[in-house]
Design a protein around this ligand. Structure first.
Ligand SMILES: Nc1ncnc2c1ncn2[C@@H]1O[C@H](COP(=O)(O)OP(=O)(O)OP(=O)(O)O)[C@@H](O)[C@H]1O
Ligand SMILES: [Mg+2]
Length: 466
């Protein structure tokens, strides 16, 4: 099939001249459009390989056209032409994914060489896509492990969101994979050629967070010895993840809202604003609705961020994926520590499947990491795992799972009693909101005995107060 080139410029004479020059050297069909909107219409029907477009046009300019083309079909290669004095815009176009740019009046040889390469690029990209399709492997670049309904549904949602530029608020308990989700959106988007920029919001004090995000100019404050671009600028043409957004101070929230609305930043100490093209993703494990009610989170910012919410499932909700996850993490760590011979006993697997993972996938992964390091022989046992899990009193363990009923009788009995007592005392304290006297009374135990048990198993009543 003959390749298709579409040239877009509002000067008709120039279009005709260019067509003449290119058709002498390139074997391709050439279509012409005199405006951005006409070009868009033609792109839908022609599905060209390459679009060569001017930047300055009256209706839709070249930069806008570039964005629309990559949203419509990321395999189309766009080459930009620009008049004198617009080099900055051309650089911007390259950042936004244009393949090449030429300054008018240009060298015919150079533009022909560029068109040849652009046609070749589209050919390769499309061939690769077809190949992947034939292999039955969708070109999804996510690191999510799991086949349960909630995971499949999440990955589908993320891949749909990846084709848009919408701000996404990623919610979910700690350790459920919010950062993995953000990375998946970025990697599946047409911004994936550039690095995603991440900032962990609570890690920085207020004034530093602000200058890290928006940058500053020399002399903006004591110690600002040079200009600094800031993360929004670094993420121009890419994705910025605001990790743990719930904790940012209200003053920074106000500035952030402005950036999201105006799509421009104002570095500290500078009056001029700078246009940026950044796709913002935000994550939180906190209850933003409660924070809003307490006046700690701006409502308008919440609604800006919450255009597309994604809530990740807890590990309990994807419990059927635990064996897959376990297998995946075991492979990861046995390779890292060169302990490829290691495997789980069936009891250990049972333990992993029945434990309550308050820290979700991260806690499961950490447990397997430690067990792989600590385990002395070829088999990882429930004991190895128990020694690797950080104990969490606020979540009672299910006593019914008997994975630890093995090994030395005395040890097994002690462990059983420990687990039973911890679970019993914990639930009694939970029911009584941490009030020791009423918990003891309800349990039919003397208050002092109850307290002794609490001390023995390091249970603190404060953990259960509302
Ligand atoms: N479905 C999954 N498949 C594979 N790995 C996962 C999955 N979910 C989470 N992980 C892994 O669990 C760990 C925690 O994930 P991540 O950091 O994305 O969680 P988070 O929700 O951002 O947690 P936090 O709220 O504590 O920051 C990472 O090592 C990640 O690779
Ligand atoms: Mg995180």
């Amino acid at each position: 099939m003959k390749r298709q080139l579409l040239i877009v410029d509002d000067e008709e004479d120039f279009l005709i001249l260019l067509k003449k020059v290119i058709s002498k050297e390139c074997i391709c069909d050439i279509a012409l459009a005199t405006s951005g909107s006409q070009a868009l219409e033609m792109i839908k029907s022609l599905q060209p390989d390459v679009v060569l477009t001017d930047i300055k046009m009256p209706d839709i300019d070249g930069l806008e056209l570039l964005k629309k083309i990559s949203a419509f079909d990321s395999t189309i290669t766009t080459v930009i032409m620009t008049g004198y004095g617009t080099i900055e815009i051309a650089v911007q176009a390259l950042k936004n994914g244009a393949y090449d740019f030429h300054q008018k009046p240009f060298d015919n040889e150079k533009i022909i060489g560029s068109i040849h390469r652009a046609l070749e690029r589209t050919h390769l990209v499309r061939e690769n896509k077809q190949l992947l399709r034939r292999l039955g492997k969708p070109p999804l670049k996510t690191n999510f492990i799991g086949q349960s309904k909630p995971i499949v549904h999440t990955v589908e949602l993320l891949s749909r969101l990846a084709t848009t530029c919408a701000t996404v608020l990623i919610r979910g308990e700690s350790g459920t994979g919010k950062e993995v989700a953000a990375r998946a959106i970025h990697n599946m988007s047409n911004r994936s050629g550039k690095k995603m920029v991440t900032i962990n919001c609570p890690a920085l004090p207020e004034h530093i967070l602000e200058s890290e995000l928006f940058g500053y100019v020399k002399g903006a404050f004591t110690g600002a010895e040079t200009d600094k671009g800031g993360l929004f600028l670094e993420a121009d043409g890419s994705t910025l993840l605001l990790d743990e957004i719930a904790d940012i101070p209200v003053s920074v929230q106000t500035k952030l809202l402005r950036v999201l609305q105006e799509k421009e930043i104002q570095p500290l100490g500078q009056t001029k604003t700078i246009k940026v093209d950044v796709r913002v993703l935000a994550s939180t494990n906190q209850n933003l609705e409660e924070k809003m009610a307490r006046g700690e989170f701006r409502e308008d910012l919440f609604y800006r961020l919450n255009v597309m919410p994604v809530t990740l499932p807890t590990l309990a909700e994807i419990a059927e994926d635990i064996p897959l996850l376990v297998h995946h993490f075991l492979q990861e760590f046995t390779l890292e520590y060169e302990r490829e011979e290691l495997e789980f006993t069936p009891e250990a697997m049972q333990f992993l499947m029945h434990k309550r993972w308050k820290g979700n996938v991260r806690q499961l992964r950490n447990t397997i990491n430690r067990a792989t390091l600590l385990c002395r022989d070829q088999f990882i046992t429930p004991e190895d795992l128990m020694a690797s899990v950080t104990f969490d009193h606020t979540q009672p363990e299910p006593v019914a799972d008997c994975a630890f009923l093995s090994g030395n009788y005395k040890d097994a009995k002690e462990k059983t009693i420990q687990r039973f007592t911890t679970a019993y005392i914990t639930q009694a304290l939970q029911k009584n909101s941490g009030n020791v006297s009423s918990a003891a009374k309800q349990s039919g135990i003397d208050r002092q005995v109850f307290q002794r048990l609490m001390r023995r198993y390091s249970i603190i009543s404060k953990d259960f107060r509302n």
